[in-house]
Structures are given as structure tokens and as C-alpha cells.
Write a protein that binds this ligand. Structure first.
Ligand code: NAP
Length: 281
């Protein structure tokens, strides 16, 4: 039976550590603020934005909301971002994705000052990660590193297989595991012999975006399995990219869905906000 990696508990630990840090910074007169921009009212985005604001309130970070109508033009959004870039009281800028189709997401990501890019999506921060320099790291992969470390799971020298090469999960995940001295293999939709490669993994990180795709036959006995996927099944229950019931008996450690990787993303976003303020002050 696998040890269950409790993302809810670890994310709470991180939020409590940040809350204490923010309180002590406030005593020195330093206040942290995050600008949260949402364009349109996509219901899923509203839930994510709401959860981010709740986490800010818990930790003591001021969140400043910008709820813009769906028809906001790209120029209007870029103008707002530029004003926030210049505003010394704002330490982090978060623009909830996806944006309406008429807005170029890449332009928006690149408009946010790298110093306030708490999502870690700006090319300058991505480049810093590649060459091992300080910068902001994408929150979901950064959260996975915390899950591994806080469970005292050895990474150095282990073979880590990452399935998925998206800019927000797969690629930064692979780079972070490399930085932690794992031997890393990245798989994607054109990978041949996926099952065989996965069976060689000591640490298998699955960010494939397909419900219950990874069954027990993809997993080596005793492997650590991290499931990034989030889906709703036919009965409206949450499930991941991994067939949890099949894989759990074979794994040494596994993340459940929900309650594994999911809660870590917001915790690491809060971490990045506090970091942004500390770097600026
Ligand atoms: P994505 O952009 O759709 O990327 C999926 C990746 O999986 C792509 O690189 C794709 O390869 C690869 N892939 C697809 N089918 C495959 C197959 N049959 N065999 C091998 N590789 C395959 O997704 P994402 O944004 O990285 O997210 C992945 C999952 O994580 C989704 O379920 C998403 O909802 C979830 N997610 C969760 C969190 C969280 O906070 N827990 C955060 C972000 C994402 P190609 O590049 O060749 O197309």
C-alpha cells in the first residue's frame, strides 16, 4: 500500500508559514499586494480567482480585483497591466487564463513585469529557470517539488519520467527535476513505447490531461506517482490522469485527486507573491 501524499495538509503548512512571515513583515511596515485580473465571467475562472483571493485574505496579502468585461480590448488590458507594473504598492500581477479569443495571451504574459510575474509564465522567468538563475517558477511544478521534499522523497539520481510538455506544467516540471539532480525523461503525444518508459521511472509525474489514462501497467513496483490531472468523471466526481485504485497498491507514494497536487498551486502562488515583495523591498 502506498503512502498518500497529502497536498491539502502540506499546502496548509505553507500557507501558515507565509501567514507568519507576512505578519512579521507587516510589523516592519511592509504590506504585500496582489492584483488579480479577470476578463469576462467564465465560471471556472471565477472559482479559481475566488480561491486565490480567499488564500490572500487568509495569509494577509491584500488582493486588488480587476473584473473586466468580456469585450475589454487587448489595448485596454495592456494599459491596465502597465499601470500595475508602475504601481509600487502592487507586488504581484495575476491575469487569469484563458483570456477571451480576441486577446493575445502571449502578449499579455510578456507585458507583465518579470518582477511581478507571480505565475512564472514570463519568458524571462522561464529562461532563468533554464539556466538555473533566480526567478519565479510556475506554481504547479513548484508545488510538486514541495510535495516531494516535504515527504522526504529522494530526487537526486532518481529516474524521473514526466508525461506532458506544456509550458505551465510539463516543461518547467522537467527543468525543476533536473535542477534537483534527477535523471529526467520527458514524454508527449509522439513518444513511442510510453508504457515501457514509464515502467522505468522511480518518480512518475503525469500531466497528460486524459482521465485515468495511466493504469498499473505503466508503473514500476515502488515508484512515486504524482498525478497532475483534474477531471470530472461521468458521475461528476473528480479524478486524475492516473487510475488511482489500480496504481495505488503498486506505488510507494501517490498523490490523490482531489487533495494532492491541486491545493499546492495556490499555496505556491502565495509564496511567489511574498517573494516578489521581499525582492522589491
Ligand atoms: P496540456 O497543455 O493539454 O498538455 C498535455 C500534455 O500531454 C501535452 O504535452 C501532450 O503532448 C501530452 N499528451 C497528450 N496525450 C498524450 C498521450 N496519449 N501520450 C503521451 N503524452 C500525451 O495540459 P496541461 O496544461 O499541462 O495540464 C495537464 C493536466 O493537468 C490537465 O488535466 C490539467 O487540468 C491539469 N492541471 C492541473 C493543475 C493543478 O493545479 N492541479 C494545474 C495545471 C494543469 P503534445 O505536447 O505532444 O501534445
Amino acid at each position: 500500500m502506498a503512502n498518500i501524499i497529502d497536498g491539502k495538509k502540506i499546502s496548509q503548512e505553507i500557507k501558515d508559514e507565509l501567514k507568519a512571515e507576512v505578519a512579521s513583515l507587516a510589523e516592519q511596515g511592509k504590506k504585500c499586494a496582489l492584483a488579480v485580473i479577470q476578463v469576462g465571467n467564465d465560471p471556472a475562472s471565477s472559482v479559481y480567482v475566488g480561491n486565490k483571493k480567499k488564500a490572500c485574505a487568509y495569509i494577509g496579502i491584500q488582493s486588488v480585483s480587476y473584473e473586466l468585461p468580456e469585450e475589454t480590448s487587448e489595448e485596454e488590458l495592456l494599459d491596465l497591466i502597465e499601470r500595475l507594473n508602475q504601481d509600487a504598492k502592487v507586488h504581484g500581477i495575476l491575469c487569469q487564463l484563458p483570456l477571451p479569443k480576441h486577446i493575445d495571451e502571449d502578449r499579455v504574459i510578456q507585458a507583465i513585469s518579470p518582477k511581478k510575474d507571480v505565475d512564472g509564465f514570463h519568458p524571462q522567468n522561464v529562461g532563468a529557470l533554464v539556466i538555473g538563475q533566480p526567478g519565479f517558477v510556475s506554481c504547479t511544478p513548484a508545488g510538486i517539488i514541495q510535495l516531494l521534499k516535504r515527504n522526504k522523497i529522494a530526487i537526486a539520481g532518481k529516474h524521473c519520467v514526466v508525461i506532458g510538455r506544456s509550458n505551465i506544467v510539463g516543461k518547467p516540471m522537467a527543468l525543476l527535476m533536473l535542477r534537483e539532480n534527477a535523471t529526467v525523461t520527458v514524454c508527449h503525444s509522439r513518444t513511442q513505447n510510453l508504457k515501457e518508459i514509464c515502467r522505468e521511472a522511480d518518480i512518475l509525474i503525469v500531466a497528460i490531461g486524459k482521465p485515468r489514462y495511466i493504469g498499473a501497467d505503466y508503473v514500476k513496483e515502488g515508484a512515486v506517482v504524482i498525478d497532475v490531472g483534474i477531471h470530472r468523471n461521468e458521475s461528476n466526481k473528480l479524478c486524475g490522469d492516473v487510475a488511482y485504485d489500480e496504481v495505488e497498491p503498486k506505488a510507494s507514494y501517490i498523490t490523490p485527486v482531489p487533495g494532492g497536487v491541486g491545493p499546492m498551486t495556490i499555496a505556491m502562488l502565495m509564496h511567489n507573491c511574498v517573494e516578489a515583495m521581499k525582492r522589491e523591498s
